[in-house]
Design a protein around this ligand. Structure first.
Ligand SMILES: NC(=O)c1ccc[n+]([C@@H]2O[C@H](COP(=O)([O-])OP(=O)(O)OC[C@H]3O[C@@H](n4cnc5c(N)ncnc54)[C@H](O)[C@@H]3O)[C@@H](O)[C@H]2O)c1
Ligand SMILES: [Fe+2]
Length: 407
């Protein structure tokens, strides 16, 4: 048996190699439109492309029902672009939902895709775009750089401020047949154009606003404490954290506060830029499993897990947590890093409590913990440069902290 300290040394070497190899890559960002009405500007931009005559709109049924798409559909029609709507995406999208969208794309002969929705719709659209030009199965795209051919042109309009999927290299897919949620990570998945239109988020209910906002915060925090951070990711992660701390409570309290919504949309994008290069960490590795096992919404899972992971990681990143406390407006002056780190974690717990986010996972079963930790550690150790490592026994005890409390 290889001692855990040797394994950690190997993981760190692997992550260092990854950091250096990503320096050779340039991560494209989408052509960006931002502000009120920017979703319509994106439609005009799409119409300037001569190769786009028919668009597959990938979205979820709820957004069609509330009429959120109508202004964009009317605009596209007026510009001579025909649209076909695939609204079969559900939260935590599955392989089957993506394949159904692909079939629709092929039968309608669409030449480009516009995702309108939360991370679920954008991720599903990314994989439909990849599958349209790649013959291999979706499961074979899991992991890093497994999309071989350039996907079909893809545009994205996020309607939640959380995942940052409109700028990231990732798409997260659920495979119910193996109770697995896996990430496909490839720079080719980044959409070619995106619009950050905070006004589209005005009707997002408070519980989805808070959970998705905590997802964006988790991206910023995990990227900032990652050992693969860079000066660029630090700047984006700190600015995202500052914006989220200043605007998330207002967006949750008053959904129609468009300034807070727009700032959250920008923060989510910036957090996405940061984690595309620096990666995330244990919060996401465990949250993906809570999504796969118990269908927990992604942001909610992250919000619950984040303070626990920060408590565990603190010995190896107190200085960085102290900086996050500072940009969150929690520093009075003269406090030690340890005090500020604790204050930052306590502030996240306070925000969770204000938003009605629980501290435990009601559906978590003790008998699932060994399998959940195996999958979470396999994901984390070969993908994320976490500041402090946990072995299997530590991870099992760690996850057990979130078991429902005995009545
Ligand atoms: N690709 C990435 O980089 C990345 C990063 C983090 C998470 N994810 C993935 O994204 C998914 C989660 O996405 P999400 O958190 O944005 O939620 P979501 O897309 O699953 O949407 C959640 C709910 O919000 C509703 N909704 C969305 N926008 C709305 C609006 N404007 N008004 C009213 N209702 C609205 C939807 O109908 C849905 O019921 C997960 O699968 C997660 O793993 C991807
Ligand atoms: Fe996330």
């Amino acid at each position: 048996m290889i001692p855990f300290s040797i394994k950690v040394f190997i993981y760190k070497l692997f992550q260092l190699a990854l950091k250096w190899s990503t320096k050779l890559l340039t991560f494209r960002t989408p052509e960006l439109f931002s502000g009120a009405g920017s979703s319509l500007q994106l439609c005009e931009h799409i119409a300037t492309r001569t190769d786009v005559k028919s668009l597959l709109i990938v979205t979820d049924a709820m957004l069609v029902k509330i009429g959120l798409l109508n202004p964009m559909l009317d605009k596209l029609k007026s510009l001579g672009i025909s649209t076909v709507i695939y609204d079969g995406v559900l939260p935590n999208p599955t392989i089957e939902q993506i394949e159904t969208g692909l079939t629709m794309l092929k039968s309608a002969g669409c030449t480009a895709i516009l995702a309108i929705g939360g991370g679920s719709s954008i991720d599903a659209a990314k994989v439909i775009a990849a599958r349209a030009r790649n013959p291999h199965k979706i499961v074979h795209m899991a992991g890093l750089m497994r999309v071989f051919f350039k996907p079909m042109p893809l545009y994205a309009v996020p309607t939640t401020a959380g995942t940052g999927s409109e700028v990231t290299i990732a798409a997260v897919v659920s495979d119910p047949s193996t109770t697995r949620k896996f990430a496909i990570m490839d720079p080719k998945l980044v959409p070619i154009g995106a619009a950050l239109d905070g006004a589209l988020m005005a009707g997002l209910p408070p519980h989805i606003t808070s959970a998705t906002g905590m997802d964006a915060l988790t991206h910023a925090v995990e990227a900032y404490i990652s050992r693969n951070h860079t000066p660029m990711t630090d700047a984006e992660a700190l600015e995202a954290t500052r914006l989220i701390m200043q605007n998330l409570p207002a967006a949750v309290a008053t959904g129609s506060n468009i300034e807070a919504r727009q700032n959250m949309a920008v923060a989510s994008f910036k957090a996405g830029v940061a984690f595309t290069t620096a990666g995330v960490g244990y919060v996401h590795a465990i949250a993906h499993n809570f999504g796969a096992y118990y269908h927990l919404p992604h942001g909610l899972a992250n919000a619950i897990i984040l303070p626990y992971v920060l408590d565990f990681s603190k010995p190896d990143c107190a200085e960085r947590l102290a900086k996050l406390a500072e940009v969150s407006g929690l520093k009075q002056g003269g406090e030690s890093d340890a005090v500020l780190a604790d204050r930052f974690i306590a502030h996240i717990r306070k925000l969770n409590a204000e938003f009605g986010i629980p501290t435990q996972v009601d559906k978590l079963k003790a008998s699932d913990i060994p399998a959940i930790t195996d999958k979470a550690l396999a994901e984390a150790h070969w993908t994320y440069a976490v500041p402090r490592y946990m072995d299997k026994a530590e991870c099992e005890a760690f996850v057990a902290q979130m078991l429902p409390k005995a009545a």
